[in-house]
Design a protein around this ligand. Structure first.
Ligand SMILES: C[S@@+](CC[C@H](N)C(=O)[O-])C[C@H]1O[C@@H](n2cnc3c(N)ncnc32)[C@H](O)[C@@H]1O
Length: 320
């Protein structure tokens, strides 16, 4: 079933359907850039898993004894076509995917403040391969929609869920900029690792606010700079080698943005320095990683000489 039929009445159905169809037409072209990920996705979708366990650190889809040795090799090879793997870990029919990020640590940090997801309509904006969407499943959401514009991540999720067959989880090739098509739609919205990539972060937070149902909750996670002043760093070109980074706020600055965007009950509940044990090079992500982004002589600074990043976690509500 398509997720669009499951959205609340306030959704701008016609426009969502138009964009959905346009994106599907685009991605269904037989071009190298799409086939590169569509082909392994279609291979993975042929193997429905009996075991699906999203309650542990590694999302487990299928056990080795559910497939033959030849099939296991086919699955392993298709999974490798999605290298570099960023978010995880996953264990798929016996293939253990040690991803660049130990995403279970982020999940564990937000668990103490995880809003009630039972029966809720949830959005995960910039969901990557859906690791956190899978982790939401044990909390029984009604529907989780991942917004993800990257073709690689989109097909990776489609491949994983083609095996896991979880009908509550959906993905579409959308970006945070499409939120205005979803007024008052979401009970809970996750915006993690996104806000510092927006050139107008307060406008983005206003769009997030408008897309929440009355009484809805935002779970916001972001890169941040240390400090108590309400300021944001605006890098000249890159921040920790990453282009497309605009404002990197302090926790206090982020709270002020949320307040100015209309949110209430704003609570910063965790702030910690980023670490090279949490984001690192592995066999499944062989490019540069966090330690390469820091000044080799002073790990409190990025290679550009800016303060090295913290990560902050905030929940905030839209008042009834
Ligand atoms: C830093 S990662 C964060 C992934 C995940 N949310 C997390 O916290 O680990 C940013 C993600 O946003 C996706 N993305 C890129 N442009 C986007 C946009 N305009 N709207 C939403 N997501 C976007 C990227 O493809 C990537 O998967």
């Amino acid at each position: 079933m398509n997720y669009i039929e499951l959205l609340p009445d306030s959704a701008r159905y016609d426009e969502i359907i138009t964009i959905h169809k346009e994106k599907q037409k685009w991605i269904n072209q037989d071009k190298k850039g799409f086939l590169r990920y569509r082909t392994p996705c279609e291979i993975l979708q042929k193997f429905p898993a009996t075991t699906v366990d999203c309650s542990g650190d590694a999302v487990t889809i299928g056990k080795p004894n559910e497939v033959s040795h030849t099939e296991q090799k086919q699955i392993d090879s298709a999974l490798r076509d999605f290298i570099p793997w960023r978010k995880g870990p996953f264990s798929v029919f016996g293939t253990d995917i040690d991803t660049e990020w130990q995403s279970q640590r982020k999940w564990q940090r937000l668990l103490p403040k995880l809003p009630d997801l039972k029966g809720k309509v949830v959005a995960d904006i910039g969901c990557s391969n859906g690791y956190y969407m899978f982790r939401m499943l044990p909390y029984k959401p009604e529907l989780v929609i991942g917004f993800e514009p990257s073709v690689q991540h989109y097909y990776c999720f489609k491949g994983l869920n083609g095996m896991a067959r979880q009908e509550k989880l959906h993905i579409d090739l959308l970006g945070v900029e499409h939120l205005p098509l979803f007024p008052e739609c979401f009970d809970v919205l996750f915006l993690m690792g996104i806000i510092y990539h927006r050139s107008s972060p307060v406008d983005t937070l206003r769009d997030v606010f408008a897309s929440l149902a009355s009484g809805g909750t935002l779970v916001l996670e972001s890169q941040a700079i240390p400090g108590a002043s309400p300021t944001a760093l605006f890098p000249e070109k890159t921040y920790a080698k990453v282009p497309g980074t605009y404002f990197v706020p302090t926790g206090k600055c982020l709270q002020n943005w949320l307040s100015r965007a209309g949110f209430s009950d704003i609570e910063l509940f965790c702030q910690h320095p980023m670490s090279s044990t949490e984001q690192r090079r592995t066999d499944w992500m062989q490019f540069e990683s966090y330690s390469d982004f820091l000044d080799p002589k002073d790990s409190t600074k990025t290679v550009e000489g800016y303060p090295a990043p913290d990560r902050v976690f905030i929940i905030a509500r839209k008042k009834r």
